[in-house]
Design a binder for this molecule. Structure first.
Ligand code: MN
Length: 497
């Protein structure tokens, strides 16, 4: 599995001086063995670095100061091997601003029934050491992930992996830059929001660029590079349409937009962007192929100025790095209301990422019927089938809310020969009517981040780290309970935010 290069999670073990040097030596050795074991597990996507056994307030504060200022450190794992009086942890925890995981494990899996003595009892006290430590984290009202179980158990590794991937996405979001070509689609509500508050909450900034700034880059693309990329695309995609002078021209125009956009984004060190079909002055066509090609390479994207979804898609792409599946910008488009077989067709005008494609996409040129521009090039495909999620972040005025719906992506029952866009057919959980009602009551957007690679556990961890409201719609959702949760959340956030 691809490791996140240059990322580390720091591992600290809690103890105290009371037990004497011999026990502390053992505590350190066991910690190193656990860290070594975790690093040898291919599921763990970053290097876990054992830092030290902490036995004093000063050392704890100093260690967390270092974690805060270290660029590679994306999060901190703490483990109480023994009892570690938790007043020692207060001043360190108060300043820690990296994601925190409390690994509640112990070095031995089983009680050594025949050999257990008081020396063993003194050395292996996670069961009460972890409670003392956990109490102070709760009293300080800090966000954290608690993982309970033996450190080699598959479930523990899985939970740790997910938390690390969420922490990686969080790290990536800090100081990330998103470019907005043009503004919001006129009069649209859900794609708008408070960009200042988003920067305070998520760490990323969103800034606008006049379309002419992009057009300048597009005009400067070398014609030789366009020809080269055009030949490359003909090699890697299916060409089902008969190419004529007009369609070749359209594909080359799309390639020119892609290359110009790519240079713009690289020059400005952007991690994602938005477009708006209403503001394309100077571009010959809506960037469809360009957006698809850039999303495949990891850029976050939102259409119609939707910067929140662009940042969300980017975060989901970071979390899913190296995992099977795929992640794309998505839109709830149209319904199939057949009784007993209700489905949603998800697509966009053009901009769906090929990482979710079931087969090699087909490169095609068709009219768009919107925006008064030339016919744009795009990749057309059906998505893979499988368990997936749709995720949305909306601005509720005084807070951000994430809503996630578990869905089942399907192989379409029938072919869609006249629909010239990439698409996904899915069945929402628990059923279409309940899911859609809950989603709409929750204020969820029509745009989403769609993923076959990450599930709701990743999104929960990410929302927890970010400290935003989280609503889950899945097989366990009861609509009346969901509505009650919405009301309770209103009260909770009035008091706590
Ligand atoms: Mn849209």
């Amino acid at each position: 599995m691809d490791k996140f290069k240059n990322y580390q999670v720091w591992f600290f073990t809690g103890s105290q001086k009371l037990y004497g040097e011999e026990v502390l030596k053992q505590v350190k050795e066991n910690s190193k063995k656990i860290v070594k074991g975790l690093n040898e597990n291919s599921e763990i996507p970053v290097e876990i670095k054992f830092k030290s056994v902490l036995t004093s307030s000063d050392k704890i504060k100093q260690s967390f100061q270092e974690a805060n200022s270290n660029e590679s450190c994306i999060g901190v794992i703490t483990w109480m091997h023994t009892f570690s009086p938790a007043k020692m942890w207060i001043n360190g925890l108060k300043i820690l601003d990296k994601p925190l995981a409390h690994l509640h494990t112990q070095y031995n899996k089983e009680i050594p029934w025949a050999d257990i003595d008081m020396n063993f009892m003194n050395t292996n006290q996670s069961a009460h050491g972890g409670r003392e430590y956990g109490h102070i984290v709760s009293r300080l009202k800090l966000k954290r992930k608690i993982i309970v179980g033996y450190w080699q158990d598959t479930e523990v590794i899985e939970e740790l992996k997910i938390w690390i991937r969420a922490a990686a996405a969080w790290h990536d979001s800090q100081s990330a830059k998103f470019a907005r070509f043009g503004d919001n689609m006129n009069y649209v509500a859900v794609t708008e929001g408070d960009k200042v508050e988003a920067e305070i909450k998520f760490g990323y900034s969103v800034n606008g660029y006049g379309i002419e700034e992009l057009v300048k880059y597009v005009k400067e693309v070398n014609p030789k590079d366009i020809d080269k990329e055009y030949r490359h695309l003909k090699d890697i995609y299916k060409i089902k349409q008969k190419l004529n002078e007009k369609t070749v021209h359209a594909i080359k125009d799309a390639v020119q937009i892609e290359l110009g956009m790519r240079t713009f984004l690289e020059d400005g060190d952007f991690k994602g962007f938005t477009t708006n079909f209403e503001t394309l002055h100077g571009l010959k066509q809506l960037p469809g192929l360009a957006v698809q090609r850039l999303m495949k390479d990891g850029y976050g994207f939102g259409a119609e100025g939707d910067w929140k979804t662009a940042a969300l898609v980017r975060a989901m792409k970071v979390m899913s790095k190296g995992l099977e599946g795929g992640t794309s910008f998505m839109e709830h488009y149209t319904y199939h209301f057949e009784e007993g077989n209700m489905q949603v067709l998800g697509a966009h005008m053009l901009e769906v990422c090929e990482s979710i494609a079931a087969n090699t996409p087909s490169l095609e040129v068709h009219p768009l019927n919107i925006g008064n521009k030339s016919d744009p090039a795009r990749l057309v495909f059906d998505s893979k089938a499988g368990s997936a999620i749709n995720a949305s972040i909306v601005d509720m005025g005084e807070r951000f809310r994430m809503i996630v719906n578990n869905v089942k992506a399907l192989k379409p029952d029938k072919s869609l020969p006249k629909l010239p866009v990439a698409r996904v057919i899915w069945k929402p959980k628990p059923d279409l009517k309940t899911a859609v009602k809950a989603w709409i009551y929750g204020g969820g957007a029509h745009h989403t981040g769609f993923s076959l690679a990450v599930d709701e556990r990743y999104m929960r961890d990410f929302a927890e780290i970010a400290g935003i409201e989280y609503l889950q719609i899945d097989e366990n959702t009861d609509f009346a309970e969901f509505k009650k949760d919405l009301k309770l959340n209103e009260v909770y956030y009035k008091i706590n935010d």
